[in-house]
Write a protein that binds this ligand. Structure first.
Ligand SMILES: [Zn+2]
Length: 135
């Protein structure tokens, strides 16, 4: 996380809106190569959710590691085999979301979680349950 750099973020992305309709989700963040596309969530609100940002940053790293086409293929094969939740790229991104959230929060200039009962764990599980889309 030493070379942390905010990727390009597209708000009101038509592609993310299509994914949102397909997934029937109120909000979607979608990694398209090196860009995060949002629908149903503003850039400001997205950047307030450190674990969500850390999750999507992990997908961007995965794309960089594998190369876009290779990553896409492996991601689709994983999804077909084991589904969204057990997909190893999602497992890794969820772990990164938990692990990197405090660092990302500092980096984004967010105040740390307010302690027990103020959304820390509830928020983490909400993020776990929120499907996203990787392309
Ligand atoms: Zn994901």
């Amino acid at each position: 996380m030493s070379t942390l750099e905010l990727p390009r973020i597209v708000e009101n992305s038509p592609l993310a809106r299509i994914a949102r309709w397909k997934l029937r989700q109120p909000n979607v963040a979608m990694v398209l190569g090196h860009t995060i596309h949002l629908s149903g969530v503003t850039r400001t609100d997205f950047l307030r959710d450190a674990s969500w940002v850390a999750h999507e940053l992990c997908h961007i790293r995965q794309v960089q590691e594998h190369g876009l086409l290779s990553f896409l293929w492996k991601y689709l094969v994983e999804s077909a085999r084991v589904g969204y939740y057990a997909n190893r790229f999602e497992v890794e991104a969820r772990e990164a979301g938990r692990r990197d959230a405090p660092q990302v929060a500092v980096w984004l200039g967010l105040t740390p979680p307010q302690g027990p009962g103020r959304g820390g764990s509830e928020r983490a599980s909400a993020t776990d349950a929120r499907p996203d889309v990787v392309v």
